[in-house]
Design a binder for this molecule. Structure first.
Ligand code: FAD
Ligand code: NAI
Length: 512
């Protein structure tokens, strides 16, 4: 008979662990490709990534400047051939919006402005102005697990004149033991789909006739670490899913957070939720979560995650544990490894941030001789005329718009007389016109969903009477803006449709 696969094993199984029944003959690995040279006389601009910053840049480019006859050649390299609308990832976990509704093909976005390659950039070499790209797919490795191929067999090299680095960031774990092994993250579409399916499986398992009350309680105890907007919105969507849809479809589970079986706990080292929002909103969010029955463990820092429980330290130094069935980790972001690698190659005297690449007021990476621009979560704008900007989609979008205008309006090119070996800080290889305007950020407010048709909005312009929107109005503002800001008319339509479907027929509680 076939071996029995436990719930945990089944959930942990990845397609990559499957081995083809018959292993085909191995073709020889292709020889390493020569660097693809830039097309003669055109400035090759290579965009790294297909997220908020990259897509905003591509969408706003002047098609004349980046068309076949324009002065620029556009190449986009990203391991993801789609743009993901991250603000609705928590709603995808809650089964409100479908995966397909919040992604758009990068090929459609690039159109005939340039070329897209599905690959991960593994190295940026400013000395040779080349990128080492690793292909996302290899037919040999897909057919057999032990193909003998190394990363070098999957690489190609791309030469550039200008790079736009918009690779984003990675999840911050602060080296806390047990986090990667035991926690679920929420950064990618895959993360959201896996977490949604896992929640569905945990609920189904809890409803089985031989599940003991102790097992059920454990299966239905959810702990979210991080009370920033990601953690808060994830806890809110989880609450809606459990309190409304799971309660309706599985009446044997008392799916209310205050009931015995189900619990949602939110842990944060700070004393309030949504630290970057207005004080009024922080207090209101705490009240709403209290009303939902979500347990708040504030002033509580996670120090380690173990199988089934989390070790925490309270403000007074005392230690405690928080039991969990599912732990979701949402404690912000850390520097992308590619960004860290590039930073190490640039002069340490100018690259001093541990958060990302320091850029000048025109978003050029300090010490890169004007050949590398950086935007979004990978960039640190501390050297700009204003304070360092937060790592948000709103900032990345405006930076992309700014760079698109900068390049479209000014014909940037590598100086022909440039001395490549000159002092890397002093010598500019791609000069900007002297009157090029610096980047300026306009804050348009911030929104968050709190569950049960309640939301909050930090208004961009504060009057003595109205600083924030809260409650039903806040939720409506959030929903309207998340629809309006969608990537394309197609995703706008699908998101509207999903919200209508969820309110008429409920959320997706299936584990497919
Ligand atoms: P990303 O959008 O993360 O894009 C990075 C791109 O780089 C991706 O396409 C990735 O595939 C690609 N890439 C990665 N590695 C490589 C490589 N080695 N080579 C080439 N390409 C690579 N912000 C808001 O303002 N409002 C919100 O409501 C909001 N909600 C959020 C909800 C969640 C769950 C999360 C996780 C974030 C949210 N954010 C929100 C933050 C926002 O998503 C980020 O600030 C924004 O995505 C940053 O844009 P970016 O272009 O720098 O990076
Ligand atoms: P964040 O950095 O905003 O919040 C992380 C939280 O985790 C903090 O409150 C911090 O105190 C807590 N934390 C860190 N380490 C901890 C530990 N060991 N134990 C307990 N708590 C710990 O991160 P988040 O929410 O992922 O957001 C990242 C960025 O994306 C932010 O700039 C945010 O504004 C943006 N974003 C905006 C949204 C919105 O506007 N609706 C939604 C989601 C993200």
């Amino acid at each position: 008979g076939s071996p029995t696969i436990g719930l945990a094993e089944e959930m942990a199984m990845e397609p990559s662990t499957c081995v083809a029944a018959e292993e085909p003959e191995l073709p020889a690995a292709a020889p390493p490709a020569e660097p693809l040279p830039p097309t003669a006389r055109r400035t090759r601009v290579v965009v790294l990534g297909s997220g908020w910053g990259a897509v905003s840049f591509i969408k706003n480019l002047d098609p004349q400047a980046f068309g076949e006859r324009g002065p620029y050649e556009l190449v986009v390299v990203s391991p993801r051939n789609y743009m993901l609308y991250t603000p609705l990832l928590p709603s995808a976990v809650g089964g409100v919006v479908s995966e397909n509704s919040i992604v758009e093909s990068i090929r459609k976005i690039v159109g005939d402005k340039g070329t897209y390659y599905e690959a991960r950039v593994a190295d940026i070499n400013p000395a040779t102005r080349t990128l080492t790209c690793v292909k996302e797919y290899c037919e040999v490795c897909a057919a057999r697990k032990h193909s003998g191929h190394t990363e070098a067999d999957h690489t190609f090299t791309l030469a550039y004149d200008i790079v736009l680095c918009s690779v984003g960031a990675v999840n911050a774990t602060f080296g806390i033991p047990g986090v990667p092994e035991h926690c679920w993250f929420l950064k990618s579409m895959e993360d959201a789909s896996r977490l949604r399916r896992h929640i569905s499986k945990a609920v189904e398992h809890a409803a089985l006739p031989d599940t003991t009350p102790e097992q059920r309680k454990k299966l239905l105890s959810f702990v979210v670490v991080g009370g920033g907007p990601t953690g808060v919105e994830t806890a809110a969507e989880l609450y809606d899913l459990l309190a409304e849809d799971v309660a309706r479809s599985l009446p044997q589970i008392k799916a209310s957070c205050s009931a015995d079986d189900v619990s949602i706990t939110l842990v944060d080292g700070m004393d309030s939720l949504l630290g970057s929002f207005h004080k009024e909103i922080q207090t209101y969010a705490g009240e709403v979560f209290h009303h939902h029955g979500i347990k708040l463990r504030l002033g509580t820092k996670v120090t380690a995650v173990h199988e089934g429980h989390i070790s925490v330290q309270l403000k007074d130094g005392s230690l405690d544990t928080v039991p969990y069935g599912t732990a979701i980790w949402a404690t912000g972001i850390a520097m992308h490894p590619l960004v860290a690698q590039l930073q190490a190659r640039l002069p340490a005297a100018v690259q001093t941030s541990r958060r990302g690449l320091l850029v000048d007021p025109h978003l050029r990476v300090l010490g890169s001789q004007g050949t590398i621009f950086c935007l979004g979560d990978a960039a640190v704008t501390g050297a700009a005329p204003q304070a360092a900007l937060p790592p948000t989609a709103q900032v990345a979008r405006q930076e992309g718009e700014y760079l698109a205008a900068l390049l479209s309006k000014n014909r940037l090119a590598l100086r022909e007389d440039a001395d490549v070996d000159a002092d890397p800080v002093g010598e500019e290889l791609v000069p900007l016109p002297p009157r090029a305007k610096p980047f300026r950020y306009t804050h348009l407010g911030a929104l968050a969903y709190l569950g049960e048709q309640k939301g909050v909005m930090d208004l961009p312009v504060k009057t003595p009477f109205l600083k924030t929107l809260r409650g039903y109005l806040g939720a409506q503002a959030w929903r309207t803006l998340e629809t309006f800001m969608q990537i394309s008319p197609r995703t706008r339509w699908l998101v509207m449709h999903d919200w209508m479907r969820a309110s008429l027929f409920g959320r997706n509680v299936s584990d497919i």
